[in-house]
Ligand binder design. Structure first.
Ligand SMILES: [Zn+2]
Length: 149
C-alpha cells in the first residue's frame, strides 16, 4: 500500500466527509452510521420535512417494533388458547370429561396447541391449556379432562 493520506478531521458535517471505519449500523434500518455521529447514537438521525413532520424516525420505529411483536404474539396466544378452552368447555358440556380422540377432532381441539405437555412413564400425555389439563391415553385413545381454572 502506498502512502495513504490520513483524512483530516474536518469540522464539516458534510456527508462527503463522513467515514464509516467503525462499521456501525442503524439498529432499525441497517444503514451505516458515520463515525462522526456520537458514539452513543445507534440510529439514523431523524429527518423532518419542511413542515416539521418526522419523515425518517428510525429510533421511534425500532422502539415501536420492539414493543409490539411480543405483545401481539402474546395476545394471539391468549386469544388462541381462550378459543381452545372454549372448545374444551363446549365438548365437556356435551360429552363429559372422558372423551375419545374422535371427539377431540370433532371439536377441533389440537393437543399440540397446548401451552405445555408432559409425557408420563406410563405412556399418558398431559397437555396443559389455560383452564384445562387433558390427560391422554394413547393406547385406548381416551382423554380425561381436568379443569384447573
Ligand atoms: Zn436508520
Amino acid at each position: 500500500m502506498a502512502k495513504e493520506k490520513k483524512p483530516k478531521k474536518e469540522k464539516s458535517q458534510l456527508a462527503e466527509n463522513w467515514t464509516y471505519l467503525d462499521k456501525r449500523e442503524c439498529l432499525n434500518c441497517g444503514e451505516p452510521l458515520p463515525d462522526q455521529y456520537s458514539k452513543k447514537r445507534t440510529y439514523c438521525k431523524e429527518v423532518r420535512d419542511e413542515n416539521g413532520n418526522l419523515i425518517k424516525d428510525c429510533k421511534g420505529i425500532y422502539n415501536r417494533l420492539l414493543d409490539q411483536p411480543e405483545l401481539e404474539v402474546h395476545r394471539e396466544i391468549i386469544k388462541e388458547h381462550k378459543t381452545v378452552d372454549d372448545m374444551i368447555e363446549a365438548m365437556v358440556a356435551k360429552k363429559g370429561d372422558m372423551v375419545s380422540t374422535a371427539d377431540l377432532n370433532a371439536y377441533d381441539i389440537q393437543l399440540s396447541a397446548s401451552l405445555k405437555y408432559r409425557l408420563s412413564p406410563n405412556g399418558t400425555l398431559e397437555s396443559d391449556f389455560l383452564k384445562y389439563t387433558i390427560v391422554s391415553n394413547p393406547i385406548h385413545n381416551t382423554h380425561k379432562i381436568y379443569s384447573h381454572g
